[in-house]
Structures are given as structure tokens and as C-alpha cells.
Ligand binder design. Structure first.
Ligand code: NAD
Ligand code: ZN
Length: 364
């Protein structure tokens, strides 16, 4: 059984994540039930558009317009945002229109931000087509674009009215992006669920090979976990920060890589989670055996990203000190007392981190 529903419980802003496999045939019914717009503005990228736009168009009986962007992170910027807004305004937007984001996290973040701001906010629907978008970026309402000064610096918390996830779209997703999405699934296990970690260790082979039952189960568990955290802390006052496990190290690696295709976000997170646990062991928070277990998991399922740029502890620290979570000069990190036992460490010492990183990089 691949069909599953996850509720995101946010009072008046609650919504449903509909996980299923097959051809978007009941989409119009779902839109009528959860959105009820008079007109839809579909935003997609040219890769996803070429693969899935006609399927989406066939399933719609409501009026719609389409805007396609160039694929890739470089499109998540103010110019694209402005072009989409201009297009929507010129094509008859009213408060009763809604946006449909068809694509990966780039389209989702950008289209969500358009929906959040156009006419001070119209409804939107996420149809996530990458694994990362299906388990992470389509859920929780973080929308936004990059500034030349940094990633995701312009944006808004704005929840969708429906997330409509068709896992069959993953059949065309390049394997490297499947692995990158898997990093975020593994993240949920490492945060607070040793049982889920054991399950993944057992089933990751099937998941990475596209087994629909394993995929839908892993996606549903991931969405449930994210929905639960978001329901408790929508605007990241405290526990939502746990979702950044591996991300402070990971973002530094992405910055070092230059935010290009040489290192995908999920790949950086994969390395970052291993660093976070290794650092936790180093500081005496977590037992060595758990790090061994994680390393075995990476090895068994061939999860290590093939990225071998050289960098120094100083390079890493410079970027880590810019992290949004930091309070003044105290470095905030998500660390682990073991697999499935993450916590927010609010006062880590830059010198300890640097010392650890120097040894970690040497042993790489
Ligand atoms: N809002 C959030 O909470 C949140 C969380 C995590 C990441 N993000 C953001 O998500 C973005 C990364 O998302 P992503 O990894 O999905 O990147 P992406 O949107 O660039 O998609 C990756 C690539 O796969 C292609 N693609 C997508 N679906 C496909 C399919 N089914 N078949 C074939 N090709 C397909 C895309 O065209 C693109 O080339 C980043 O900008 C990141 O900041 C946001
Ligand atoms: Zn992430």
C-alpha cells in the first residue's frame, strides 16, 4: 500500500500531505476540496516541466497559466521572483487565484514566496518531485529566495494549503539527487528515532533502488516527524532548530564548494551529520560505538558523497561563525548524545571546534 496521508496540525493553517503513486488523476478533486481557487498559476522548472507538465495539465479542469524557470539553485533569486510576479499580475491574478509549485525545492521555495507575497498572500499547493522536496522542503512553510549575500536570506513562513506527493515522479530523478534526499530522511532518524535508524539500515537498499513501498513509508515517516516539530515550533523559536542537524557543518561545506553542482545540499548534510556525531564523540557527549554504527551505515549503502576538495579548519570555522542560529559569538550546534538523541548545544567553543576539525580533516 503506497497511499498515505499526513496531517500538519497548525490550527486554522492546518493542511494535508497526500502521498500516493500514480499520475495525478485525482488532483482536481483534491484542489476543489482543499484549495478551491478560481484560477491556478503553475510554476515549474524546465526539467520537471518537460516530464510532468502535460500530466498535470490533463488532470486540471480549472483555468490555469504556466510559468517555467531555468532549473537550478541560480534561479532562486530576486530577478526570477520579480519576473514570475510580473507574469502573474499581467495574467489576471485575484485573491481567489492560487499557485501550484511543481518541482524540487528550488521551485517550491520560490513559488511559495511568490504566493506568500503576491497581493499580500494567495493560497498555494506543493507538488514536490524531488526526494528532498518530498521529505523536507515542501513541508513546514519555509519559503524564500537567496540574496547575493547568502542563501535563503529573503523569505517568509507561509504554509501551503495542500502537499500532493506522487512518488512515481522519483523514477526520473537522477540517483545523485535520490541520495541527497536520503540524507534528510536519515537526519530524522538521527534526531530522535533509533528504531527508524535500524529500519533504514535494513531498508535503505530498497529505498535507493526505488521500491515504492519502502519509499512511501520513509516519506510518510519523514513528513510526520517534520510536521510534528513544525506544529510545536512553527517559527523556529527552539526545537525546530533540531532539523538543522548536520546543517551547520554542511552549510560551511556548501559555501566552500561555492554552491555549485560539485556538492549538493543533501551531500553536504550527509558529510555534516557524520561530522556532528564525530564532534559529539570528541566532546564526550556520545559513545564511539554510535559513530562506528553510522559509518557502517554509510559504507553498507554507499552514501559517502564523491567530493574531495581540500579545505582547512579555518575555512570551515569562518563559515560556521556566520550561521543564523548563533547568538553573538557563541556557536550553536545540533549535536548528539548518540544515534537518535540529538540536542541543541548553545555554547560551543570555537577553539574546540577548530581543533576537532583540524584532526577530522587530517584523518579524512
Ligand atoms: N523550505 C525548506 O524547508 C527547505 C528545506 C530543505 C531545502 N530547501 C531548499 O531546496 C532546494 C533544493 O531542493 P532540490 O534538491 O529539490 O533541488 P532542485 O529543485 O534544484 O531539484 C534538483 C534537480 O532535479 C530536477 N528534478 C526535480 N524533480 C525531478 C524529477 N522528478 N525527475 C527529474 N528531475 C527532477 C530539477 O530540475 C533539478 O535539476 C534548495 O534551494 C534548498 O535551500 C528548502
Ligand atoms: Zn537540508
Amino acid at each position: 500500500m503506497t497511499d498515505k496521508t499526513v496531517n500538519v496540525d497548525l490550527g486554522a493553517r492546518s493542511y494535508v500531505i497526500d502521498i500516493h503513486s500514480g499520475s495525478m488523476k485525482d488532483l482536481q478533486g483534491k484542489l476543489d476540496r482543499y484549495v478551491g481557487a478560481e484560477k491556478y498559476f503553475i510554476i515549474t522548472d524546465k526539467n520537471v516541466g518537460a516530464l510532468y507538465l502535460s500530466q498535470l495539465e490533463k488532470s486540471l479542469s480549472s483555468p490555469y497559466e504556466v510559468y517555467q524557470i531555468d532549473p537550478g539553485e541560480a534561479s532562486k533569486k530576486i530577478e526570477t521572483y520579480n519576473n514570475i510576479c510580473t507574469y502573474i499580475i499581467q495574467n489576471g491574478v485575484t485573491r481567489k487565484a492560487a499557485v501550484i509549485a511543481l518541482g524540487g525545492g528550488v521551485v517550491g521555495d520560490l513559488a511559495g514566496f511568490v504566493a506568500a507575497t503576491i497581493l499580500r498572500g494567495i493560497k498555494y499547493v506543493q507538488i514536490p518531485t524531488s526526494l528532498l522536496a518530498q521529505v523536507d522542503s515542501s513541508v513546514g512553510g519555509k519559503t524564500g529566495i537567496n540574496s547575493p549575500l547568502g542563501k535563503n536570506l529573503i523569505g517568509s513562513f507561509y504554509q501551503p494549503s495542500l502537499v500532493y506527493t506522487d512518488i512515481t515522479t522519483l523514477k526520473t530523478l537522477p540517483q545523485r539527487h535520490i541520495l541527497a534526499g536520503y540524507a534528510e530522511i536519515l537526519k530524522y532518524a538521527l534526531i530522535d528515532d533509533t528504531g527508524f535508524f535500524e529500519w533504514l539500515d535494513e531498508h535503505a537498499g530498497g529505498l535507493l533502488a526505488g521500491d515504492p513501498d519502502v519509499l512511501s513509508e520513509a516519506i510518510a515517516v519523514s513528513c510526520r516527524k517534520k510536521a510534528d516539530v513544525v506544529a510545536r515550533d512553527e517559527q523556529e523559536g527552539n526545537i525546530r532548530a533540531l532539523l538543522n542537524l548536520g546543517h551547520t557543518f554542511g552549510h560551511a561545506l556548501e559555501a566552500i564548494a561555492g554552491y555549485d553542482d560539485s556538492l549538493l545540499h543533501g551531500e553536504a548534510v550527509m558529510i555534516g551529520m557524520n561530522m556532528a556525531l564525530a564532534y559529539s564523540v570528541d566532546r564526550g557527549y556520545a559513545p564511539e560505538g554510535d559513530l562506528e554504527k553510522l559509518r557502517k551505515h554509510y559504507k553498507r549503502h554507499d552514501l559517502w558523497p564523491k567530493w574531495n576538495k581540500t579545505y582547512s579548519a579555518d575555512d570551515m570555522l569562518t563559515h560556521m561563525q556566520k550561521d543564523k542560529k548563533n547568538i553573538k559569538d557563541r556557536i550553536v550546534l545540533i549535536l548528539m548524545r548518540g544515534i537518535g538523541k540529538s540536542f541543541i548545544a548553545k555554547d560551543e567553543n570555537a577553539a574546540d571546534i577548530k581543533d576537532f576539525l583540524a584532526r577530522y580533516i587530517k584523518g579524512r
